[in-house]
Design a protein. Structure first.
Ligand code: KIV
Length: 272
């Protein structure tokens, strides 16, 4: 367990709000499979996000749009088989909640029943109000997601910083207040100016988790493959790499290939 994680109790939505109240920053990272989720949970992470970024980092798709509800449930179940302490959030995939609110609640119920996760995350504000209300009315906690919302990439046309203009910043502030009023327990703000994110974090009582949103928010989230340096082709300014697993894994695999080719592996002790 991390030296920053003294409290070994299961993390809940209520405990995240208490962390904000006492000024304790919230750590959040993505995971998509049992083995990595085990390591991340044992290291003391507060929140594990089964992100629809699985579409990119697990499947190689260019966007998050192709991943299906069944695939998100598969990843969610694998992570839930591992996690003992962290709060687990599963992303609702594109097309599973935007159409109508009945479909949205049916999708959210499937995620909760079939993965055992703690809550779901949805991208958007006022435009998905009905879906949020219906899902919350079923007793399912929701984490919101505003700013750069990758499921809307075809509308934006680019992954650059959002809400730099006054009108978009104002809409984001209004959407954040709306999500809090509706009953969301936290919001992810992605790739927006740090000052705007800090203002939202100050105005709202629920935790604001940033990715590319500066240090004035209540917590940070990164995509695991990016921060561990598995995925070297993605280097936005906001990303800090904590390891170079790309080189570590490549070197290990090349050593294995060499040992097989030279008949060095297996040796006498490595056989029956
Ligand atoms: O899918 C994901 O990994 C996310 C994070 C970028 C917040 O939504």
């Amino acid at each position: 367990m991390s030296t920053y994680t003294e409290d070994l109790r299961k993390v809940t939505t209520r405990r995240l709000i208490e962390m904000k109240q006492r000024g304790e920053k919230i750590s959040m990272l993505t995971a998509y499979d049992y083995s990595m989720a085990t390591l991340i949970d044992q290291a003391g992470m507060d929140v594990i996000l089964v992100g629809d970024s699985a579409s990119n980092v697990m499947c190689g798709n260019i966007t998050t749009l192709p991943i299906t509800l069944d695939q998100m449930i598969y990843h969610g179940r694998a992570v839930m088989n591992a996690v003992k302490r962290a709060l687990v959030v599963v992303d609702m995939p594109f097309g599973s909640y935007q159409g109508n609110s009945k479909e949205a609640v049916a999708s959210a119920i499937r995620i909760m029943k079939e993965t055992g996760a703690d809550c779901v995350k949805l991208e958007g504000g006022a435009e998905i109000k009905e879906s949020i209300e219906r899902i919350l009315s079923a007793g399912i906690p929701i984490m919101g997601h505003l700013g750069l919302t990758p499921q809307s990439i075809n509308k934006f046309g680019t992954y650059t910083v959002r809400a730099k203009e006054k009108a978009e910043a104002q809409k984001l502030i209004e959407d954040a207040h709306l999500l809090e009023e509706l009953g969301c327990f936290a919001i992810v703000l992605e790739k927006i100016p740090a000052k705007l994110a800090e203002q939202v974090a100050k105005e709202l009582t629920i935790p604001i988790i940033g990715i590319g949103a500066g240090g004035g928010v209540d917590g940070q989230v990164l995509v695991m493959h990016d921060m561990l340096g598995i995925n070297k082709g993605f280097s936005p300014r906001f990303l800090r790499r904590y390891a170079d697993l790309n080189s570590v894994i490549t070197e290990a695999v090349q050593n294995y290939i060499k040992d097989v080719k030279t008949s060095d592996f297996p040796n006498e002790k490595e056989q029956y």
